[in-house]
Design a protein around this ligand. Structure first.
Ligand SMILES: Nc1ncnc2c1ncn2[C@@H]1O[C@H](COP(=O)(O)OP(=O)(O)OP(=O)(O)O)[C@@H](O)[C@H]1O
Ligand SMILES: O=P(O)(O)OC[C@H]1O[C@H](OP(=O)(O)OP(=O)(O)O)[C@H](O)[C@@H]1O
Length: 218
């Protein structure tokens, strides 16, 4: 029987450490999966959930598509922002409706157009593509966090970053100029795993989808 697709395959799931994973584990539990009690507090990086027939791999969010593309994880949970930036060869299966925010162009309220403006961002591919499509030539500067600092201290004219409540913008006197796209977390799958473990992956998708629909989340 080995290698055959069945509804009982163990799924290796890449989970993003940080702000998404408590929301994701809540979703899994609401879909009826048994996730270990200490899951939300542990520092372990590989966590077995035998009753759910899953093994969780606790990854840095931006690395989730890499684990899934290489097949060391069958499926993963990741923000649309990371999917757009990383452009990996994975299937996007489901919109989980969690960690909702948006990718925007942000600047100081008195911003004036300049030739070849500098744009700071954690998402250089997203920013380059956006400004290219707008027909604007910009210099993109990659930062890894506290992106809102860049226009405040003169490193960049504008930034491309995520906005959720708008609190970070308000507290730093910045304004949202344009929204590029909306963001939620997605369930993704490795292409081979999706074929080989189709029944297990499809059954998980169905359970999650039913629960999300019942809760009106997507
Ligand atoms: N303010 C926010 N509101 C809602 N969702 C957000 C917000 N910021 C980020 N996200 C979503 O959560 C994902 C993970 O964000 P998080 O801040 O945990 O990761 P990270 O900053 O990449 O991790 P690390 O801190 O380890 O570098 C993002 O890819 C995005 O989809
Ligand atoms: O609209 P808000 O609710 O204020 O949320 C938006 C902020 O959240 C994220 O930052 P994060 O907390 O990940 O910090 P970092 O960019 O410094 O890593 C994002 O980069 C914004 O700065």
């Amino acid at each position: 029987m080995s290698g055959e697709a069945s509804g009982h395959d163990i799924l290796k799931v890449a989970m993003p450490k940080g702000r998404i994973y408590k929301q994701a584990s809540k979703l899994f539990r609401e879909a009826g999966l048994t996730i270990p009690e200490d899951f939300d507090d542990t520092r372990k990086l590989i966590i077995e959930a035998p009753e759910a027939r899953m093994v969780f791999i606790m990854a840095k969010p931006v690395d989730v598509p890499t684990y899934v593309e290489y097949g060391v994880a069958d499926i993963g949970i990741v923000g649309k922002d990371v999917l757009m930036e990383e452009n990996k060869d994975v299937y996007e299966l489901l919109d989980l409706g969690i960690a909702r925010c948006r990718m925007s162009v942000i600047g100081l309220p008195d911003w004036k157009p300049v030739i070849n403006p500098r744009v700071a961002t954690k998402y250089p591919n997203v920013a380059s593509q956006y400004f290219r499509e707008q027909g604007q030539q910009v210099e993109v500067i990659k930062l890894n966090g506290s992106i809102e600092l860049a226009p405040l201290i003169g490193l960049a004219d504008r930034i491309v970053d995520m906005v959720e409540t708008g609190q970070t913008l308000r507290e730093n006197g910045l304004v949202e100029m344009e929204t590029i796209f909306g963001i939620t977390s997605r369930l993704i799958a490795n292409r081979v795993s999706y074929r080989m473990k189709n029944e297990s992956i499809q059954s998980l998708c169905d359970r999650l989808q039913q629960m999300l629909t019942a809760k009106g989340l997507v």
